[in-house]
Design a protein around this ligand. Sequence first.
Ligand SMILES: [Zn+2]
Length: 114
Amino acid sequence: MLDLDELPDIVYAPLGTRGMQPLNLKECPRCGNNDIGKLQLLSKEKGLRENTERGLDSWDTSTDEYEIKCSNCGYNFRIKCQNVFGSAGGKERVVTFVHILTEDGQNDGWLGNF
Ligand SMILES: [Zn+2]
């Protein structure tokens, strides 16, 4: 059984100079339904961790994709999480960039609309 619990509830989207805006990830971008009983995780794909080298720097990235169906309005959407693993002072840090995609993989621009 696939479970939405793996996704963070809230992500923070940068808002230019106005700081960060908390966004509910478990919400249908079309109808605003945020009842997780009506959001179904259809599939998830865990990306492989890949190493990128540029000059003397190198870092790892991976991309996870979740496909979610809203049973309230029938809309399918994808959440794509791009993880960038870096190290700072010997400790690993992960920065995750979240994109909301429409069902055909187009970027909905949803996170950029604020
Ligand atoms: Zn919906």
